[in-house]
Design a protein around this ligand. Structure first.
Ligand SMILES: [Cu+2]
Length: 156
């Protein structure tokens, strides 16, 4: 289910919006209402991708929040978390800015500035239809090189 590729040099992330410079009020609420502890320990059941770029390990988790969001009249179906750690020491890298771009099977795009949550960064996302989603994430750590991870995620 996870045939995943890291394209280190892919310059496919068209990032122009200022990272993290926005409100996440609704996300904070959603995040707080979820009965899960992000960040401190990856829940392996929810890990959909890991990859190492420039000495940084990126771990992607996906949570199904569809039912809860529907009740609130919201369209988002999932919550995605990305954790960055030093690949050697395992130390979480939490200083920096992260953004996410998801291309749906119908080629529509979602671009999200990720909000810091615990030891990771997260956002609610919409993966409403079955098919292959292209997931791209860019992390600009406070120190060190930028990280770009890219993989395919299939919704059944
Ligand atoms: Cu989160």
């Amino acid at each position: 289910m996870k045939k995943l590729t890291l394209l280190l040099t892919a310059a496919t992330l068209a990032i122009s919006a200022p990272l993290m410079a926005m409100d996440h009020d609704s996300m904070k609420m959603d995040h707080g209402s979820m009965k899960m502890d992000h960040g401190s320990m990856a829940d392996m059941d929810n890990v959909i991708h890991t990859g190492v770029v420039n000495g940084v390990k990126a771990t992607f988790e996906l949570y199904d929040i569809k039912a809860k969001m529907e009740k609130m009249g919201m369209k988002e179906t999932n919550h995605m978390m990305v954790m960055f750690t030093d690949a050697k020491t395992g130390k979480p890298l939490v200083e920096g800015e992260a953004m996410l771009k998801i291309v749906a099977p119908d080629k529509t795009e979602q671009v999200k500035n990720l909000m810091r949550m615990g030891n990771g960064f997260g956002s609610d996302v919409t993966l409403a239809k079955p098919g292959k989603y292209g997931v791209m994430c860019k992390f600009k750590p406070k120190t060190g090189k930028d990280i770009q991870a890219k993989f395919w995620y299939t919704v059944k």
